[in-house]
Design a protein. Structure first.
Length: 575
């Protein structure tokens, strides 16, 4: 069968032509390889004491990346086709060039879990060239410019010690320079630990985690300890963003309720992943005593953690649920380390985010369980079906879904890993129990041993996944490497790259009786290869209005004009 890119590759996973293997049948032996040779000058970030927190492929520019550094630097990293690839014991090493394009180091509040935290390209990057960075910033400008670490909970009278800020940058058309444009989002954040991040969904909206251990996740009047959902494409009411009208509490009558909130009850969800194949948002929840969680984020849900955390002002009053909320003794909080009656430890929430006050007994029915969970020790799995047996984890994270060649047995799977044990646990949205398919190569870490391994993931438009390390080492087989590519002989990429990170929506596919694709959903600017048997495509908006038509030859590569209406478009293929 002909290999199809974009439309076909993203949709045929649902077809009987490509049956997916069950978790038990997945091949093992997954590992990772460095993507560049650190003996070449200017490639290792860690060797230059510049740990990185995110890598993002430039839409429409395969294997051209923007890299965000923890201390407030931004680089471009691109494959240099003028230089020949080299060979190493672990396989071919491509030649890359690293160039610094932005510096906001003096603005970044640094220390432990503070710093630059991540970023992302605007869904309409091909027309506006926007890139966003999320980071911690001092609330008092005189202190952040001086690089002063605050003491206590305030930088000054009445000023919280830190902010979570999303800034907008503009990347030049030749990818050579990047300039700061404006501040888009500003959120008060105490000096207690807790990280944040951001990701764009296929709806074009921005999802932001706002974690701070010295705040109440159940307080509806503050943005800390929540997951927010905002539209960065237009200002509203003095803000640089719009609150979507279908946010859970958009219609709240209490003016103090923050309508940006999408979900709450989080301790520290520093890792976000949007599965563009299923249109599902996932967040990795860092536990305190016993469990690491992967949560499927749903609007309006309470994920169980209330107040406090390590190093917070709440101290011993830290209260929350780790792991699944089951009757079978699978609860945990820092107060007692085991199962407990919720009403005995959870303080009633008097400014209920649902709009009503609830002072009764808290039961499992009031909380959203994680989809997958791992214990801090191997014994903590307790035989639960959504935990991988005999594997512990600490500070878990979750990868994007594999969107390479749909014939791969890994297609559609995500991988859970962590910063200490470095296994690759394959999972799917059907809540298949995690399957251990391999692990990071043996490696000697140095530096911050509590945050030393895989902390984040990247993907490219071929469907490759990249595990990224916050700390690397001068020792071991892969000294000073920061960025790796996930490798397995059956983890096959696309032959032709997607031009857009935001993909076609699978649930809108229609097929004829022979299983051929008749229609699908797409984004303006997407590139697609016409399916076999078709030589044209019509593009409609969601109201059925025809916007554009292409007629040419079968299997042609077609680019949907980028200046069509923003958002999801509907395609119909023409024989």
């Amino acid at each position: 069968m002909k290999k199809l890119s974009l439309v076909c590759s993203l949709f045929l996973f649902a077809s009987a032509a490509f049956p997916t293997l069950s978790g038990a049948q997945l091949p093992t032996g997954m590992t990772a390889r460095p993507i560049y040779d650190t003996t070449k000058a200017g490639l290792s970030f860690r060797k230059d004491q510049l740990p990185i927190v995110g890598m993002y492929e430039v839409p429409g520019n395969p294997r051209n990346f923007v890299v965000v550094g923890y201390f407030g630097y931004i680089w471009t990293l691109y494959q240099n086709d003028a230089l020949a690839d080299t060979m190493a014991a672990w396989g071919p090493i491509r030649r890359y060039t690293r160039t610094q394009v932005a510096d906001f180091n003096t603005w970044v509040m640094k220390g432990w879990e503070f710093g630059a935290l991540g970023g992302g390209f605007d869904p309409n990057f091909t027309t506006n060239h926007y890139f966003y960075v999320i980071y911690n910033k001092y609330a008092n400008s005189t202190q952040y410019r001086a690089g002063v670490t605050p003491s206590g909970s305030n930088d000054g009278p009445g000023n919280p010690g830190a902010l979570v800020v999303v800034d907008r940058y503009i990347l030049s058309a030749n990818l050579a320079t990047m300039v700061r444009d404006t501040e888009m989002v500003r959120i008060l954040h105490g000096t207690g630990y807790g990280s944040s991040n951001m990701v764009f969904g296929s709806d074009g909206l921005c999802y932001i985690t706002t974690d701070a251990y010295d705040a109440s996740s159940w307080d509806s009047t503050i943005l800390a300890r929540k997951i927010l959902r905002v539209d960065l494409s237009a200002p509203q009411g003095g803000r640089m963003y719009t609150i979507p009208a279908n946010n859970p509490w958009y219609g709240a009558t209490n003016p103090a309720v923050r309508k940006e909130v999408y979900a709450f009850g989080f301790r520290n969800s520093y890792s976000l992943s949007y599965n563009y194949l299923t249109n599902q948002l996932y967040a990795a929840e860092t536990g305190q005593s016993r469990w690491e969680e992967i949560n499927h984020i749903l609007p309006g849900r309470n994920y169980g953690w209330n107040n406090g955390g390590d190093g917070s002002a709440f101290g011993a009053n830290s209260q929350g649920i780790e792991g699944p909320c089951h009757v079978a003794n699978a609860l945990d909080s820092s107060t007692n380390g085991g199962g407990f009656t919720l009403g005995a430890y959870m303080v009633p929430y008097t400014r209920a985010i649902t709009g009503t006050t609830y002072n009764g007994t808290y039961t499992c029915a009031r909380f959203e369980n994680p989809v997958w969970w791992q214990g801090h020790t191997t014994a903590a799995t307790d035989g639960l079906t959504n935990s991988a047996p005999n594997i512990s984890a600490n500070v878990g994270n979750i990868s994007p879904a594999v969107r390479g060649n749909p014939t791969s047995p890994y297609y559609g799977y995500m991988f859970i890993s962590d910063i200490t044990h470095h296994h690759y646990l394959a999972v799917k949205s059907e809540r298949v129990a995690p399957v251990d398919v391999g692990q990071f190569p043996a490696y000697t870490f140095t530096g911050d041993l509590q945050h030393n391994g895989i902390t984040t993931w990247s993907e490219d438009s071929y469907g490759n996944l990249y595990p990224i390390l916050l700390s690397s080492s001068a020792n071991g087989a892969f000294q000073w490497h920061d960025i790796f590519i996930l490798y397995h002989a059956q983890l096959t990429p696309l032959a032709v790259p997607r031009s857009q990170v935001t993909p076609i929506l699978a649930q809108w596919t229609e097929r004829n009786q022979k299983g051929r694709i008749l229609s699908a959903g797409a984004m303006a600017g997407s590139r697609l290869e016409l399916p076999q048997g078709y030589s044209g495509v019509e593009v409609y908006d969601l109201m059925g209005r025809k916007l554009w038509v292409y007629r040419g030859k079968e299997a042609a590569l077609v680019t949907i004009p980028a200046d069509l209406e923003k958002g999801i478009l509907r395609l119909r293929f023409l024989p």
